[in-house]
Design a protein around this ligand. Structure first.
Ligand code: GDP
Ligand code: CA
Length: 338
């Protein structure tokens, strides 16, 4: 009979994912799917640049997208918000002339924002409020905002008359579909902000850090702009592996190409890898995954010294996405062992 006393206690490996909203939520589901097979602890650190106060409520679009996706409560057909949603409260708010008529918050979704606002008003920070909201859903994943500070992403644009304006990211994204002359992104208040202690610890201490295939500018980029995030990644104990958010030069869903153009980054798998940079050269990445159609750029990046592999990167379902996460983990551990 095997002696149980001599058996070493297996330590669970920890994975920390940096993520935006919808793409980040899909990826987080795949990582959790893998975690259930491999016994991993998963933490998802989420972008808060899209957050805003609207009709008196604190709305956190990316945190909610990730939470709803992990909870199986998201509307997969529409692509955002809650499944089975109604919009009676929103119609009332519009009738009172309150809020943004082009930014409809569903009734169930408003329940989340009311609960969050109540927690914040009672003294919770966003990290604590997020944990309390997530506890309802038994996500099997720790969800963390990247910062407890309010750092909204604002966008410098032209008005129709050609004068400059600075608008909230959600107005640029949802109302204007990113289709107006755009000059840049500003993180308001970032100089007074810092990464949350929990997010920094999750990044530094993870066995592997994964950058989800989220928007490299307005999701991952805004997180990197929060003081302390780059430092935590640089000090990370484990390898940092990124997953390309573009396949064959196209953003799969979303507007990563528009955002990349605004900040002068080439919207290709190789261009985004170079934008993040290799960790050994002062950048972020120990390894990078591209899609099979981008195998040529994988070879090119390898030659430049970044460990890169080409695998299917379509997040069609949890199995396919778990395969991506498995490949990312393997590549990261390989990079670390090298
Ligand atoms: P958002 O905050 O809701 O805009 O979502 P994210 O920033 O997390 O993710 C949006 C980005 O995910 C898109 O711009 C795409 O570039 C990327 N994306 C979406 N679906 C896929 C997919 O199936 N595969 C890959 N590789 N990238 C994807
Ligand atoms: Ca977002």
């Amino acid at each position: 009979m095997a002696s149980s006393t001599s058996t070493p206690v297996p330590t669970r490996r920890s994975v920390t994912v940096l993520a935006g909203g919808v793409g980040g939520g899909r990826f987080a589901r795949g990582v959790r799917h893998l975690a259930r097979q491999q016994d991993l602890d998963v933490t998802v650190v989420v972008n808060t640049g899209d957050d805003l106060w609207l009709t008196g409520l604190r709305v956190c679009p990316d945190l909610d997208s990730v939470m709803y996706a992990l909870a199986d409560a998201n509307d997969t057909e529409r692509g955002w918000g809650r499944a089975g949603e109604s919009e009676r409260v929103s119609a009332e708010l519009t009738a009172y002339g309150v809020g943004w008529p082009w930014f409809t918050l569903g009734d169930l979704d408003l329940g989340t924002h009311i609960a969050r606002t109540a927690m914040l008003r009672d003294g919770d920070d966003l990290t604590r409020a997020t944990a309390r909201l997530a506890a309802r859903w038994a996500l099997d994943v720790t969800l963390l905002p990247v910062t407890d500070d309010e750092v909204p992403t604002l966008v410098d644009v032209d008005r129709p008359d050609g004068t400059r304006d600075r608008i909230h990211f959600e107005e640029w994204w949802v109302r204007h579909r990113a289709a107006i002359p755009t000059h840049g992104f500003v993180q308001q208040g970032v100089e007074r902000a810092s990464v949350s202690a929990a997010a920094a610890a999750a990044i530094r201490g993870a066995d592997v850090v994964l950058l989800a295939p989220s928007n490299p500018v307005v999701s991952i980029g805004t997180m990197l702009g929060v003081p302390g995030v780059r430092e935590a990644l640089a000090a990370a104990r484990g390898p940092v592996v990124g997953v390309a958010p573009v396949i064959g030069g196209r953003p799969v869903r979303g507007m990563a190409d528009v955002c990349c153009a605004v900040v002068g980054v080439e919207a290709t798998a190789a261009g985004i890898a170079r934008h993040y940079g290799a960790r050994r050269d002062g950048g972020l990445l120990d390894a990078w995954l591209v899609d099979e159609v981008d195998a040529d750029s994988a070879a090119e990046l390898q030659r430049d010294g970044l460990r890169t592999r080409a695998v299917p990167l379509w997040m069609t379902d949890d199995d396919a996405t778990a395969d991506m996460a498995r490949a990312a983990l393997a590549l990261g551990l390989e990079a670390r062992g090298a």
